[in-house]
Design a binder for this molecule. Structure first.
Ligand SMILES: [Mg+2]
Length: 230
């Protein structure tokens, strides 16, 4: 693995970090196929339309109902319900692990970092995803759709996690795979890292100017490890 180069300024900022906050879908767990199939199923069943994947997945990372409103304002409730039924029924068969995730979380926790999940998913689905790979023990805080009244790309969910952890924005970094994650992180004034292993392109993420790009979760461990000592 190529060594990640960080500016002195970035190292200084990273050294203040005590809390590492993660998005869930596309960042900690590979739900991309599950989400894609849930969207296809719901839109075909309710709207009778085949919508291209790039349009279906465009607003990933924001609350599901608001994503559905883009397809049909009147049928957004029905679309959401059918999506959720499919998603729940096929959850465990269609989700995948990102290699190394658990090991990295374990190491970060051992090094004394407080870890949190900040997701736009509802509480039951978020818990289902987290527990599918036994990730629950690593997180002090899980902020879901049900905990907040504003959603990514607004900063509310990240600020809620900081509040529960007792950290200032300068003491945290948020890692997410979508442009909405980076936007939310910037608005919350935390450091931001773009997870390039999710479904969004480098170009789309680059537009939001994250502080760091990560090719894989192992690079996060490398960076943190590199902060020790000097
Ligand atoms: Mg995501």
């Amino acid at each position: 693995m190529e060594k990640i180069k960080l500016s002195l300024e970035m190292r200084k900022r990273l050294k203040k970090v005590k809390g590492i906050l993660f998005d869930l879908d596309g960042t900690l767990i590979d739900t991309v196929e599950l989400i894609r199939q849930s969207f296809r199923y719901a839109t075909q069943k309710i709207l009778g339309q085949k919508i291209p994947d790039e349009i279906l997945l465009r607003n990933l990372g924001t609350p599901l109902r608001s994503q559905m409103e883009v397809f049909s304002k009147e049928k957004a409730d029905e679309l959401t319900r059918v999506y959720q039924e499919f998603n729940w029924a096929h959850h465990d068969e269609l989700i995948r692990e990102y290699p190394g995730t658990k090991e990295v979380l374990k190491r970060l926790k051992e090094w004394g970092y407080k870890l949190a999940v900040v997701t736009s998913k509802s509480y039951p689905l978020a818990q289902k995803g987290i527990s599918a790979f036994n990730l629950s023990p690593f997180f002090e805080v899980v902020v879901t759709l049900d905990d907040v009244s504003e959603f990514k790309p607004l900063p509310g969910p990240i600020l809620a996690a900081l509040n529960r952890l007792g950290f200032k924005p300068s003491q945290a970094i948020y890692i997410g795979d979508s442009p909405h994650d980076i936007k939310a992180g910037k608005r919350a004034k935390v450091l931001t890292a773009a997870a390039l292993w999710g479904p969004f392109s480098f170009e789309n993420l680059k537009k939001e100017k994250p502080d760091i790009f990560l090719e894989n979760i192992g690079e996060l461990e490398e960076i943190i490890k590199g902060l020790k000592g000097n």
